[in-house]
Design a protein. Structure first.
Length: 297
């Protein structure tokens, strides 16, 4: 069932242009607004331990929708209705139409040599939660765009797929809601942004290493494997750094591409996007194998 849902949703996501009603960001924003209106996302730091209580409450309300969905699946829905429901939830959680449109605009700007527009579209991707820095040069902007795009592709595709494979629709919903809330709180400089960041570090720890392993399998294995082994058990390196460092080793630009990159900022993003797409296929192949041997339903 999970494999069928993945294949169906990925096919539809490629063929259909999503409206905001079919993306998690709309509902995550409404949910956060509801919690704030009810005073359930307040943060007070004092000697009485309110900081820990507020953090625990925040985590509880992020988990609550997924837990309720799991209860509905177990107690209310049958096998067929669960398949329909989990396919709909996965379709809502996966992908990001806004980022896809920004990527296309960046490519168009890069093709016509408009470096100022490239810089603008790089900023539009959003850098808050991943803390990407740039020195302001055209080369750095292009490189930053490619690396950040690899990270966003992971967050909106590979990570959602892995959480769906592990925990079904509730897992995909929990990860997507946590990711959206972390970015929103970071941009708003909310006091809970650090708590959200710690949660995302935990949620990304295993999936990002699985995704990075897929990239080295689909890219230059011998060059990227030492980098993957170096970060495999490190707890003091962000998921963003792990993924971008390994992906850059798995798919390095050729000398010809490096020369083109100085003239056209779209070269590196295109190369890394191709690697990310191959990685999604790799994850589907592994899911198919696990389904055949009976490890997945």
């Amino acid at each position: 069932m999970m494999l069928m849902s993945l294949l169906l949703v990925l096919s539809l996501e490629r063929l259909i242009t999503k409206t905001p009603n079919w993306h998690i960001e709309k509902y995550a924003g409404q949910y956060r607004a509801f919690l704030q209106d009810k005073g359930l996302m307040q943060f007070q730091e004092s000697e009485g331990g309110n900081e820990k209580a507020s953090t625990a409450t925040f985590y509880f309300f992020l988990l609550l929708p997924a837990a309720l969905l799991g209860v509905v699946e177990y107690w209310v829905l049958g096998a067929f209705l669960t398949f329909i429901e989990q396919s709909i939830v996965l379709f809502v959680c996966i992908g990001c139409p806004v980022l896809r449109a920004t990527y296309k605009n960046f490519l168009n700007a890069a093709e016509r040599g408009d470096l100022q527009a490239c810089s603008m579209y790089t900023d539009q991707l959003g850098h808050c939660a991943s803390q990407v820095d740039s020195d302001g040069t055209a080369g750095a902007e292009g490189k930053s765009f490619g690396q950040h795009l690899t990270w966003l592709n992971y967050q909106h595709y590979a990570a959602v797929m892995l959480w769906f494979i592990a925990f079904g629709a509730p897992g995909a919903l929990f990860y997507s809601l946590s990711r959206s809330s972390t970015e929103a709180l970071c941009e708003a400089n909310h006091p809970l942004k650090d708590a959200a960041g710690r949660l995302m570090f935990a949620l990304d720890y295993i999936p990002v290493r699985v995704t990075a392993f897929g990239m080295l399998m689909m890219g230059h294995f011998s060059r990227a494997l030492p980098e993957w082994l170096k970060y495999a058990l490190k707890f003091d390196v962000s998921a963003y750094d792990v993924l971008t460092q390994i992906s850059s080793q798995a798919e390095m630009l050729t000398p010809e591409e490096q020369q083109l990159q100085t003239e056209n900022a779209s070269v590196e993003p295109k190369v890394l996007v191709k690697l990310a797409k191959r990685n999604v296929i790799f994850l589907l192949v592994i899911t198919s194998a696990l389904t055949l041997v009976g490890s997945l339903a």
